[in-house]
Design a protein around this ligand. Structure first.
Ligand SMILES: [Mn+2]
Length: 416
């Protein structure tokens, strides 16, 4: 069976690339596209986080922002495609901008990526942030976003990533239309402070923490808000933020076609927003999303400018290993999407040959792409098996010892 440690890995990769050449395509361009993928990893994926019922502590978990950056750097060191880290403002910069953190990121060869304001944790947000009926609370929330924009400028980040936990728990609790207008007004104020080149991402989620209505519940609502404020605002699709049965790839295809897909949050779910490892439950659904993304590549202008980000926090898996596993799964599925013979597919679609069209997708999906990802890593000067290289490095054991000595043993607690 093929795998990352197989001695014939490069030969297997060559066989796949020969097939690509036989289809009249350029295997070198495919390998370059595979190596050019960039995935942003979340700082919160390395801390002791978990469910609202409790979290299970890991001795190697990062306790400080610097430690989160060090762990992220370990993921990048093994995978070669994760040079930036998403930041959660209150968790990573509780006292505001800290040049020490930026200095550490620079030392590690890492960049600070998307800046995520926190509009759900403080007591004042009990009835919402940007949708709150009290204008004083809305002003607090807007000011936090303005501070986050300043922080993004300091960090050299081009992304302000907004997710609102706003909503109501009971019918009649508040006016749905008034709340919509309040959010729109606040977003305009935040947008006005964006510098040139900074993108505002608007994320949506159908429910949780609100259980009756959520103020930005689906892609249409996020799209309306983004369109309303201006061209630097785009929609952020989080894979886990959909109700069961939702055709996520169709949403991705529509947003791509409208030029409104700004970012994508990778994770997987079986029931709701479960934060499971991307493609651990339904790899074919994940593949179909990548298929739409690659299908939308512009022959003249290349791929769309989409921020690919992981949004997972693991309560049970070791955190760095889980992140490397996720990045590897993303890379493998992206490789499968690159393998789709699009000319063959288009011809089958034109002649109405449904079986051949579906087969074009299935042929790519069922190709073992581990040799291609392994070969791409070898070309980058890395070990083909990122997870094995990480485990052999002893990084986690060292981090556990050093961090226990530095901070003592964690006592546990609630989420985040
Ligand atoms: Mn998300």
């Amino acid at each position: 069976m093929a795998g990352y440690n197989d001695r014939t890995l490069e030969q297997q990769a060559q066989r796949i690339l020969n097939d690509v050449a036989d289809q009249g395509r350029n295997p070198k361009a495919l390998m370059e596209r595979l190596a050019s993928l960039r995935i942003e990893i979340p700082s919160w994926g390395f801390a002791d986080t978990g469910t609202r019922f409790g979290k299970f502590l890991q001795p190697a978990a990062a306790r400080t922002t610097e430690e989160k950056l060090e762990d992220a750097a370990e993921v990048h060191r093994r995978t070669g495609i994760c040079p930036s880290v998403a930041i959660h403002v209150l968790w990573d910069f509780p006292a505001g901008w800290d040049p020490q953190v930026a200095h550490r990121a620079h030392e590690l060869g890492m960049k600070i990526g998307s800046i995520n304001p926190n509009l759900f944790q403080d007591q004042c947000y009990k009835y919402g942030s940007l949708a709150n009926p009290d204008p004083k609370i809305r002003a607090v929330a807007v000011q936090h976003c303005l501070n986050s924009i300043e922080l993004a400028k300091e960090a050299g980040s081009g992304l302000l990533s907004l997710w609102l936990a706003d909503g109501t728990n009971y019918p009649g609790q508040d006016s749905i239309r008034d709340r919509k207008r309040r959010v729109g007004e606040c977003l305009k104020q935040i947008y006005a402070a964006l510098p040139d080149g900074m993108t505002m991402l608007v994320e949506y989620k159908p429910f949780e923490p609100a259980f009756y209505h959520t103020d930005i519940a689906d892609w249409g609502m996020a799209y309306i808000f983004a369109r309303e404020v201006g061209p630097q605002a785009k929609v952020l699709v989080d894979f886990g933020h959909h109700l069961p049965g939702q055709n996520i790839e169709q949403i991705v295809a529509w947003l791509l076609d409208e030029g409104m897909l700004g970012g994508f949050h990778f994770n997987d779910h079986k029931y709701a927003d479960d934060d499971l490892t991307f493609s651990s439950i339904d790899p074919y659904a994940a593949f179909r999303v990548f298929h739409e993304i690659v299908s939308a590549d512009d022959p003249d202008h290349g791929p769309a400018d989409i921020a690919y980000m992981i949004d997972q926090s693991h309560n049970l898996k070791p955190k760095i290993a889980a992140m490397i596993q996720t990045v590897t799964m993303i890379h493998e599925l992206f490789a499968k999407a690159l393998l789709v013979d699009r000319q063959n597919l288009a011809e089958a679609q034109t002649r109405g040959d449904i079986v051949a069209a579906e087969t074009a997708l299935r042929d790519a999906f069922f190709t073992d792409t581990r040799p291609l990802v392994g070969a791409a890593r070898i070309q980058m000067g890395l070990a083909p098996d990122a997870l094995a290289a990480h485990e052999a490095s002893g990084y986690t054991q060292r981090a556990a010892q050093e961090r226990a000595a530095r901070h003592g043993i964690s006592k546990g607690g609630s989420y985040a």
